[in-house]
Design a protein around this ligand. Structure first.
Ligand code: PMV
Length: 352
């Protein structure tokens, strides 16, 4: 008699947002241990939703679909991640994993999806491990440390609000292995801070973040950068707690420009900035000076400008952005986002 194929015995599904670092993680040691502590906030609309189903299968294995289609080009990254993560999840041995992922933002929107996708996948695995071992709660530090193994910045996406990743002796709860919620209470103005992302270019990066992290090993400004990042992480905690938006904007802009200055001054030097990134930066600075409104910017490892401003001043600032900055964007594209509440488990689906 023919045997029926083994059935998927458990499935879970998680939605996780991306995040934006204000104090940037730049430089790492093995395995994804940061050279400096970073501080970020979790977004709300730029999210990845991932489902994982497990089927008993000696020797394991996996299948990965993105946006409803198998994506062989992503398989090596998922495989390296699972090779590091599964040894930490003993109950998931000898299961075949069916992984299906979807991003809320288009693949070529210029938004890095590694933080949201690795965080969503890590949460699914920790959830399944918990269900198999009879644990009801989700171990978030474990999920954060697994997400870190997939992509460093993903460690900070397993929580909502403001998060710290990297050991700082001032904060005993901090760790290089996983992120924690910031050990202070941010003022209300930072609970719903806006982050509108100007899509200056959706082209994929010519130099990867991994290469950028590597260039920090022998960077001439390495020592100065480590000192600066530490000073900024401590100062940022004070500004968040005090609700000091002007000091926050100054720090966020210095961090963003320092990140790109480090890229330019490594060997070999490179830049990911585009002419329209610089034009937008100049316009933001002039607007802030002339209007007195609290609009600042940050940058990730790419040309797209993140515009940061409090909800209270959103109306006049949004009006100015669409008049003065929209024409600088590729296909007039801006992604409007905000600080968000973090990942959520979606209802278990019987089939994925
Ligand atoms: O997580 P990775 O290896 O892609 O590095 C991301 C680094 C930055 O986005 C530039 C900064 C950060 O802290 O997110």
């Amino acid at each position: 008699m023919a045997q029926s194929p083994p059935e998927t015995i458990l499935t879970t599904s998680w939605e996780s947002p991306s995040n934006l670092a204000i104090v940037k993680y730049w430089g790492k040691r093995e395995v994804q241990i940061p050279e400096n502590a970073s501080v970020s906030f979790t977004l709300s609309r730029a999210v990845t939703t991932t489902s994982v189903g497990i089927t008993p299968h000696t020797g394991g294995g996996f299948k990965f679909c993105l946006g409803g289609r198998e994506q062989p080009s992503f398989e090596p990254k998922i495989k390296s991640f699972l090779d590091l993560a599964l040894p930490l999840l003993p109950h998931l041995h000898n299961f075949f994993l069916t992984i299906e992922s979807r991003n809320s933002f288009p693949h070529s929107s210029g938004i890095a999806s590694s933080a949201s996708s690795m965080s969503a996948l890590a949460l699914c695995l920790v959830d399944l491990e918990g269900q198999l071992s009879g644990t009801a709660t989700i171990d978030l530090p474990l999920a954060s440390s697994l997400a870190r193994l997939g992509s460093g910045s993903a460690a900070r996406s397993v929580y909502g609000g403001w998060n710290l990743w990297g050991r700082m002796e001032e904060f005993p709860e901090s760790s290089d292995n996983y992120a924690v919620p910031v050990p202070i209470t941010p003022a209300p103005v930072f609970h719903d801070l806006h982050d509108d992302i100007l899509i200056i270019s959706s082209q994929s990066k010519r130099v990867s973040s991994s290469e950028g992290h590597r260039l920090m090993h022998h960077h001439p400004y390495r020592a100065g950068r480590l000192q600066q990042a530490r000073k900024h992480a401590l100062a940022l905690m004070d500004y968040l707690e005090a609700g000091d938006v002007d000091a926050f904007i100054e720090l966020a802009e210095t961090e963003a420009l320092s990140l790109h200055a480090l890229m330019m001054s490594g060997t070999p030097g490179y830049t990911l900035l585009q002419p329209n990134t610089l034009e937008a930066i100049n316009r933001v600075k002039t607007f802030r000076k002339e209007s007195g409104l609290p609009l600042g910017f940050s940058l990730d490892a790419g040309p797209n400008l993140h515009l940061l401003y409090p909800d209270e001043q959103a109306t006049p600032i949004k009006r100015w952005i669409s008049e003065a900055l929209l024409p600088l964007c590729e296909d007039q594209k801006i992604i409007e986002d905000q600080v968000g509440p973090g990942p959520a488990r979606k209802t278990n689906k019987p089939n994925i």
